[in-house]
Write a protein that binds this ligand. Structure first.
Ligand code: DSN
Length: 472
């Protein structure tokens, strides 16, 4: 290698992103600007701290560490071992767990892989699982399938049967779940959701699992930050396994944790050791993954440390207050909220009374800088044309918004919905989403209204701080 090449390579390897790759640098700046100037209301998103981002961008990304702490397949893992051990013990501490009773695997790359690893470990090929149906507020990885297609691999490699919410109340129908479980005899039942604004009844899930001999796996991904702060019920008392992503209300990087019970269990009058730990660890690696993402694990550890501060509890309390303020104002404005309200960080607005589809509301809000996602409402006939919009408060609360601000946000949403309704009436029925968007941008009356609302949203949003690294 010539001296010049060495020099050039050295320059490439230490220079900042802005000079190495100005195009990508510009894209990242634009995304940061989008996040700062908009209102982020996707219930599963949040903003990480500067400390979490620093750990995520650290040298830990360079290291392979296949295996478990103290038992790796490559050398050079003494520091990684210390880091991963710290992450595991913080994870137990944050959720108030004793190391004799619970263990945790911190290597799963994200929520779907974590859940798949649990099924692989404990259910086995074509074993039976039950989860809340996706259109009723469940998650893909809880066994989602349609009559026409096994959509999620969790329904392809395992046999899944969903349980449902009551289409009138929007609440989980536990009696129907129990009746189905008695017939289906699942090996595992998932207590988890991605769009359900009420607490899950973990005690009832336990009772059903005990009756049919199923493992209870709680997927607390959405609420794990709220659980950590003790402001919503914890699933640990009743569950055998608890999984969570780390980037939602927990406010860490994109990763996942799998908690499993340790110790012994009584089976047919005999005390037998639980084997979850070994089976889950082996399912994650070497079963499904190679090297863990050590930079992500380090960043999870940092986020978990931040969870232990008193400020974190205050933050999570504010997440709940903000969700309640948002719902109260939306109701004043005449909107229907599925289940009647919220006790957590999200709500689901049902636009059937307004006669506008969730996808159109999502699009009109996107155009004015409010990010949320369309969602099916209980009783929706088509999962492809959902009637609702899911709104969450964790991200905006991380920027410092309080109840009065949330009322203002609800008013912005209301104006966005009015735009969607007015654009709908101008469209030659039924109209494609692209035509609808064009109308909102270009119509002589709607275009200026859209632009003005976007200006107001941006001005409002820019008034709040953005967590994370200021520059890169
Ligand atoms: N996509 C997430 C959610 O929005 O709930 C779950 O993975």
């Amino acid at each position: 290698m010539s001296g010049d090449m060495n020099k050039s390579e050295a320059w490439e390897m230490t220079a900042p992103l802005s000079s190495v790759d100005p195009e990508m640098h510009a894209i990242l700046r634009r995304e940061r600007e989008r996040q700062m100037s908009g209102l982020e209301m996707i219930a599963s998103e949040n903003f990480t701290s500067a400390a979490v981002q620093q750990a995520l961008a650290s040298c830990m990304t360079n290291k392979y560490s296949e295996g478990q702490v103290g038992n790796r397949y490559y050398g050079g893992n003494e520091v990684v071992d210390e880091m991963e051990s710290m992450c595991k013990s913080r994870a137990l501490q944050v959720f108030g767990l004793k190391s004799e009773e619970w263990g945790v695997n911190v290597q799963a790359l994200s929520g779907c892989p974590a859940n798949f690893a649990v099924y692989t470990a404990l259910v086995g090929p074509h074993g039976r699982i039950m989860g809340l149906d996706l259109p009723d507020g469940g998650h893909l990885s809880h066994g989602f399938q349609t009559p026409a297609k096994k959509v999620s691999a969790t329904s392809l490699y395992f046999e899944s049967m969903c349980y449902k919410v009551d289409p009138v109340t929007g609440l989980i129908d536990y009696d129907a779940l129990a009746a189905s479980a008695r017939l289906f005899r699942p090996k595992l039942i998932v207590a988890g959701m991605s769009c359900y604004s009420q607490h899950l009844d973990y005690a009832r899930f336990r009772q059903i699992c005990d009756e049919v001999g199923a493992i209870l796996m709680a997927d607390m991904a959405h609420v794990s930050g709220l659980v950590a702060a003790g402001v919503v019920p914890s699933p640990f008392e009743h569950s055998d396994i608890v999984t969570t992503t780390t980037h939602k209300s927990l406010r860490g990087p994109r990763s996942a944790l799998i908690f499993y019970r340790k110790g012994t269990v009584m089976q047919k009058g005999k005390e037998v050791p639980l084997t979850y730990e070994q089976r889950i660890n082996e399912a994650v690696f070497p079963g499904l993954q190679g090297g863990p993402h050590n930079n992500a694990i380090a960043a999870v550890a940092v986020a978990l440390k931040q969870c232990m501060s008193p400020d974190f509890k205050a933050y999570q309390q504010q997440v709940l207050l903000n969700a309640q303020a948002l719902v109260a104002r939306l109701k004043e404005l005449g909107y229907s909220i599925v289940t009647g309200g919220t006790v957590n960080h999200l709500c689901l607005v049902d636009f059937r009374p307004q006669g506008v589809e969730g996808a159109r509301v999502e699009k009109s809000l996107d155009l004015v800088g409010i990010t949320a996602n369309k969602n099916t409402c209980p009783g929706d006939r088509s999962a492809l044309r959902p009637s609702g919009l899911r709104l969450g408060t964790p991200a905006l609360t991380s920027r410092g918004l309080c109840e009065a601000d949330m009322r203002r946000v609800a008013d912005f949403i209301h104006q966005g919905v009015r735009l969607a309704i007015d654009a709908g009436t101008k469209l030659a029925a039924p109209g494609r989403l692209a035509d609808f968007e064009r109308l909102l941008r270009e119509d002589a009356e709607l275009g200026p209204r859209t632009a003005e609302l976007r200006r107001q949203v941006h001005e409002f949003a820019k008034g709040f701080a953005m967590p994370g690294l200021a520059e890169f």
